[in-house]
Write a protein that binds this ligand. Structure first.
Ligand code: GAL
Length: 400
């Protein structure tokens, strides 16, 4: 056991819960998951000892890819590749101080380009989630996007921002700045869009993601991050026993192709009520619930309470075995809560674990899906001369 982590785990316990009403204390079962090797051999850092930087060094579309590591003095580190701006690993101490990798991902940049990729850890854009039938209209002109998800366009199209190489600069140990210029007409979207995303790891074990974008023509933009979390550690099995609280009294129901109906429905009395900490799987088998049927489980946008330009709490999740607590804060009005319903055990992750069904979840902060076609949803239109900005924080602590 590394004493540094024990000590830091104790410090992290003092972290303040964002949902003051959540007093849930965890049982003390010892986590048996995600044993990060302690010996750093060819590792990028002792913190992520099973990652080898060389496995991320490649040239894709004429641009160099690599692996960048952010670290702090509080037992946390984050590994990110500039291929798709993807978070590969997030290592934080669990309730016993044991370093635990809570992000699911691959060991090599090649695997991120393979058929098994499901946007693991990725920056998603130009528009996150679905656009119905791959069509939308701006100023009377109809734009057609590639349809890559049944009848719809998903996560930016055939080659969205998750599949491009971002220009990276790492000014210090805790910050990575990524820039990508998307050409006018790329994937069918109008306007040259320059996006900049900064990942910062704070001393408080918070990962802050700042998004910015500008355009030279009116366009639509809705950026997010698609990290798959398992707070008991990658490869530790189901996430259905994680406790989740979401700061939302409403959600946006969907049709069978996961396009919102346009309604904002109350969560009260439904399996979508996460206003109090609730195990993810406690109401999942409600075969009678048409929304769970449409989503194949939770795969829905939650309408965040108190949304405004300032940061507001979106969610708090607790790993039932690890005691690791993740708080999500965002400036966005919505959050897609997805629980790995499409994970099918075909891929092997960093730890060697398979991507089995519902062994990770995503909390994608964003504007609502299909916003360009839904007049009652907050707009995602960006005009030239204006700047798109968005911030999301994933903050880690422990509960004993
Ligand atoms: C989510 C989306 C899911 C699925 C997943 C990737 O953002 O809501 O339906 O497409 O990405 O597999």
């Amino acid at each position: 056991m590394n004493n540094r982590y024990v000590q830091n785990g104790l410090i992290a316990i003092a972290a303040i819960s964002l949902f003051a009403c959540n007093n849930a204390s965890q049982q003390t079962a010892s986590p048996d998951s995600t044993n990060l090797p302690q010996a750093a051999t060819e590792s990028v850092t002792a913190c992520v000892s099973y990652l080898n930087k060389k496995s991320f060094e490649d040239t894709i579309d004429g641009k160099a890819t690599s692996l960048y590591v952010l670290k702090n003095n509080n037992g946390a580190c984050v590994a990110i590749t500039n291929y798709g701006g993807r978070i590969v690993s997030i290592v934080v101490p669990d309730k016993n101080g044991k370093p635990t990798d809570v992000a699911v991902g691959f060991k090599t940049v090649k695997e991120y380009q393979g058929p098994g990729d499901a946007y693991f850890g990725a920056l998603v854009g130009r528009v996150g989630n679905r656009i119905a039938k791959g069509k939308f209209t701006l100023d009377g002109k109809e734009y057609t996007l590639a349809t890559n998800n049944g009848p719809n366009s998903l996560h930016g199209g055939k080659k969205g921002f998750s599949a491009v190489v971002w220009d990276a600069t790492q000014p210090n140990d805790s910050t990575l700045s990524l820039t990508y210029v998307s050409k006018d007409g790329e994937e069918g979207y109008p306007g040259t869009l320059t996006s900049n995303v900064t990942y910062t790891l704070g001393a408080d074990n918070a990962i802050r993601i700042n998004y910015k974008a500008t355009t030279d023509k009116k366009t639509v933009v809705n950026l997010t991050n698609h990290t798959y979390f398992n707070l008991n550690g990658e490869g530790s099995g189901t996430i259905l026993n994680h406790l989740v609280q979401i700061g939302a009294d409403k959600y946006t129901p969907v049709d069978a192709t996961l396009i919102p109906t346009g309604k904002l429905d109350p969560v009260t009395g439904t399996p979508f009520d996460f206003t109090k900490p609730t195990a993810i799987g406690s109401r999942i088998d409600t075969a009678k619930n048409i929304q769970l049927k449409n989503g194949g489980g939770y795969d829905h946008n939650f309408v965040l309470r108190n949304a405004g330009p300032a940061l507001h709490p979106a969610a708090e999740v607790t790993g039932d075995q690890s005691g690791i607590v993740m708080n999500v804060l965002t400036t966005e009005p919505g959050m897609q809560f997805y629980i790995g319903n499409f994970m099918s055990g075909k891929n092997s992750f960093k730890s060697g674990a398979k991507d089995d069904y519902r062994t990770a979840f995503c909390m994608e902060t964003q504007h609502f899906p299909d916003a360009p076609n839904q007049k009652n949803f907050p707009s995602i239109v960006l005009e030239p001369g204006k700047e798109y900005t968005s911030t999301t924080i994933y903050k880690f602590a422990v509960k004993k």
